[in-house]
Design a protein around this ligand. Sequence first.
Ligand SMILES: Nc1nc2c(c(=O)[nH]1)N[C@H]1C(S)=C(S)[C@@H](COP(=O)(O)O)O[C@H]1N2
Ligand SMILES: [Mo]
Length: 336
Amino acid sequence: MAHIVLHPRWQARESEATSEHTYRNRRQFIEALGLGAIGLGVFGATGGCASPYGGPLDTIPQNAPRDGYPAARNETFSVPERPVTGRLYASSYNNFYEFDGRSKEIWQLTDPYEPFPMTIRVRGLVEKRRTLDVAKLIRSMDLEERLYRFRCVEAWAMTVPWTGFPLSKLIEACKPLSSATHVRFVSVNRPSQMVGIERQHWYPWPYYEGLRMDEAMNELAFVVTGMYGEPLPKQNGSPLRLALPWKYGYKGPKAIVRIEFTDKQPGTFWNDLQPNEYGFLSNVNPNIPHLRWSQASEELLETQERVPTRLFNGYEEWVSALYPNEPRQPGGPLAR
Ligand SMILES: Nc1nc2c(c(=O)[nH]1)N[C@H]1C(S)=C(S)[C@@H](COP(=O)(O)O)O[C@H]1N2
Ligand SMILES: [Mo]
């Protein structure tokens, strides 16, 4: 034990401080060793006062729209082979770098963050620039529930009932020009409410992602406003985020405040940081190993069962035609 050296993340050189993987593993490591309390000492107090939240579901904003909840399940999207992940797991085991859960869980750091009111700016190749009020937008949509597989690039997975509406409906409301080939999403950037932004100043904030238009218009692409029949807890991306179940989790930005249509492939947060490890497409594919680990299997959150990873995360039927060059066999060329 005495020889275990924990390198605090903020002392890492910038070139090393760019991997999602290192970060999660460290947290799992600390938790596994039961070092939570010591961890606070080793990593320094988090600054600010203790979280007023008793549990991860206390972070559901009081002023989130609740009309339409719980929404009817769309039975087209079922996951017969896996258990639904327990709600407490899905809302306490999170990735949301704007809150840096180095010494606390992310949900415990979300108190200052006020997801409502929020607006989304619609920019770029559109008929007209618009600013959408998020609460109004949510109230204007028919909400439905979809049970989706979710696969993080770090080989953990969950099965979650998301509430929301198709991304295609939001895109239609934005009225992009026919010249738009891609769409870019930007997450909220509020350093005063999100403790991870300045603490991890080496990241290119705000978080940003992008899709080709045909991907964004696919039936599976879903704007998430809630989970488990209630509005989203803050740590899961309130007021709204994307779920793209055939892609690795990081392709789905949380707390979106800007949508931009372009005629070029946009940069993305992880691709710009580590182009060799995180591609633009980032489809779930067991045939494309990560540079530092295999993607052939994944661990289910809660049950800790190890299961094989499926091409497009089991959504071939919906998206296979979009990707003629995606490696279908192990050992093929590594198109990312
Ligand atoms: N804005 C923002 N969006 C984000 C992230 C983030 O750090 N910031 N992390 C991504 C990653 S790596 C994953 S795995 C999922 C995690 O979603 P969850 O916490 O609801 O499981 O959110 C994605 N969206
Ligand atoms: Mo992730």
